[in-house]
Ligand binder design. Structure first.
Ligand code: ADP
Ligand code: MG
Length: 375
């Protein structure tokens, strides 16, 4: 064997007696065992610790001498049944068990989580003479993971509440416009009409005022619908998408082909609202950027009704799909759309290339009743 065998490490030529000395080799292994940052121990058939290292002693909260020579039951009476059964299984089957996640409750430390490997130690005849264990304390990792999950959950709840709060506000404004403003304009138009009958001399100017009032009424109604289309609340997503297709055809001459496979699936208000706003933004993008007169909207359920998917496709001039840095007017451009969708646990994919059209697909999980903010 060569003396610069890398497996022997730097000590090989460093003057520690003879490098292939058994005693030296044992010393090296013992040091490694003793100082390993993972709990290590060897247990015999009567569940007695033959060997244990310092990391294990630290986990048990006793010195190494308090473990070696004692049984599992003496060291850990409360968990002995489970530990013995797990060790017994390795003796019986001769098979290693790796990365077994074990929870333990210590009066002093509280709950702890360990990752344990149990490896059979074989005798000359191949029989299991002991079980060697690695015990890794992963309590901190698990705790951090739980905290991360809880904060994600909180973020999702907040995002939910935000969507619904914004929606309530939109609805309030829309109703104010519709019931307040638009009705006042109607009353004013009615009065101007009466004066026109009584004072024909003023006909031309009153006619102009009539036209202005009518235009103001139209604008108030459109704005009210844009803010919060009543059909979204009365009928749900399907009728709202149909209404949207008609609205865009009428106002922007965009031909929208709607492939609706929602088939009356139960979709909560938050999901309907987000998807409706999303489709609207995507269709307005077609009008503004794609330079084509038609678009296709597909809507359907996924995961057995647990999620809703919509896709808006056009065959227009496309863009570099990776570049989502538009002006995002009204806070609902592609970037903020993706953020909202992700906040709600969904995903959004943009496929586009120059002169090859654009396709944006969005999947949002349907909210469970607990996700919906109280009104
Ligand atoms: N359907 C589309 N066809 C072509 N280009 C598009 C389309 N949708 C979006 N884009 C491009 O992506 C950019 C980002 O869109 P968006 O975030 O909605 O912002 P905005 O519409 O306010 O410009 C747009 O400015 C445009 O260049
Ligand atoms: Mg846009």
């Amino acid at each position: 064997m060569s003396t610069n065998d890398p497996a022997r490490g730097p000590a090989a030529g460093a003057g520690l007696s003879r490098p292939d000395d058994d005693r030296h080799h044992r010393l090296e292994l013992e040091t490694l065992y003793r100082t390993a940052p993972v709990g290590l121990c060897l247990v015999d058939r009567s569940f007695r610790y033959l060997r244990a290292n310092e990391a294990l002693a630290k986990i048990h909260g006793v010195p190494v001498e308090g473990i070696v020579g004692r049984t599992v039951r003496e060291c850990l009476p409360a968990q002995a049944d489970a530990i013995e059964a797990a060790i017994e299984r390795v003796f019986r089957t001769g098979e290693a068990v790796l990365a077994d996640e074990v929870r333990r409750f210590d009066a002093g430390r509280g709950p702890s989580v360990y990752l344990i490997d149990r490896i059979p130690l074989l005798g000359e005849g191949g029989e299991v003479v002991g079980v060697h264990m690695h015990i890794l304390d992963i309590t901190e990792q698990r705790r951090a993971e739980l905290a991360r999950r809880a904060s994600e959950e909180r973020l999702r709840t907040l995002a939910n509440e935000l969507v619904l709060a914004e929606e309530r506000e939109r609805r309030r404004l829309a109703e104010g416009l519709h019931e307040g403003c638009a009705q006042l304009l109607t009353a004013a138009a009615f009065k101007v009409g009466a004066i026109r009958r009584d004072a024909p001399a003023l006909e031309t100017r009153l006619h102009e005022i009539s036209e202005l009032l009518q235009e103001a009424q139209r604008q108030a109604r459109t704005l009210s619908f844009e803010l919060s289309p009543p059909v979204l609340y009365d009928g749900g997503l399907s009728p709202a998408l149909r209404w949207l297709a008609g609205d865009l055809r009428e106002r922007f001459a965009l031909e929208v082909e709607l492939d609706d496979r929602l088939a009356g699936g139960a979709i909560d208000e938050r999901t309907s609202v987000i998807l409706f706003r999303a489709v609207r933004e995507l269709l307005v993008n077609v009008v503004k950027h794609a330079r084509v007169g038609r678009a296709r909207v597909q809507a359907g359920l996924e995961d057995g009704g647990a999620a809703v998917a919509v896709e808006v496709t056009d065959e227009g001039r496309g863009f570099d799909g990776a570049d989502l840095t538009g002006s995002g007017e009204g806070g609902f451009g592609l970037l903020s759309l993706r953020e909202r969708v992700c906040d709600l646990g969904g995903r959004m994919e943009v496929r586009s290339a120059k002169d090859e059209g654009t396709s944006v697909s969005i999947v949002v999980p349907v909210a469970r009743p607990a996700d919906e903010a109280p009104r």
